[in-house]
Design a protein. Structure first.
Length: 219
């Protein structure tokens, strides 16, 4: 029987952490410590997320699942989560693995993550942070057939009109964040080339100018 709390195991914060831990066991994958630092960076960079889900709350959820492990109730948790947890724990008992993960999340080290120059964006982190940037940049034509790239960017942004207070406003915020994080075109292009090839400084400037123009003319 599915319980209301099962969602946190299949699509919530615990699912994300267990998936990262399981992926870290793949050959050539980033170490779990690096992935946890990226996860911490994602939480810290959003005031809203950090307010709703501080690290201590995440650690408490991990401990709660560890307490439940081995019980009849845990046996009825979603099989997909139990399978992911087994892969993430490897040879370590699953409850001990969850407690060690909780200890890492509670440690002050978790909140003192390195900058992007020291620990580059991974693909999952880039998609979690900048999904709209990736979506619009990948749709933006590159000036083929002698068309004006600025006009193409404006047309792309205008497709969401008149409901621009949602996606386009969020796009503006994501664009500004990227451009503030990477202050030179070379830094930005180098950071995104391995994870979001369509995201370039030139395209982001076109999109941001298009957003500003759209709001100034239409709203």
């Amino acid at each position: 029987m599915t319980e209301p709390t099962d969602a946190v195991l299949t699509s919530g914060v615990l699912a994300r952490l267990v998936d990262l831990a399981a992926a870290a066991r793949n050959p050539g994958a980033a170490p779990l410590e690096d992935e946890l630092q990226r996860f911490s960076r994602l939480l810290r960079d959003s005031h809203a997320i950090a307010w709703v889900l501080p690290p201590d709350a995440v650690a408490s959820l991990l401990d709660a699942v560890a307490d439940e492990y081995g019980t009849e109730r845990f046996a009825h948790r979603p099989a997909v989560f139990r399978d992911r947890l087994a892969r993430a724990a490897g040879d370590e008992p699953a409850d001990a693995f969850l407690r060690s993960l909780a200890d890492l999340v509670r440690d002050p080290w978790f909140g003192d993550g390195p900058g992007h120059d020291e620990l580059p964006l991974s693909q999952w982190e880039a998609l979690a942070r900048f999904d709209l940037v990736n979506e619009f940049a990948s749709q933006l034509p590159t000036g083929e057939y002698d068309r004006d790239p600025r006009a193409e960017a404006r047309e792309l942004v205008a497709m969401d009109h008149p409901d621009c207070h949602g996606r386009i406003a969020d796009l503006a915020g994501q664009l500004q964040r990227v451009l503030c994080m990477f202050r030179s075109p070379a830094e930005l292009d180098a950071a995104f080339a391995p994870v979001m090839p369509s995201v370039t400084h030139a395209r982001l400037r076109l999109l941001l100018d298009a957003v500003h123009t759209h709001f100034a003319e239409q709203h």
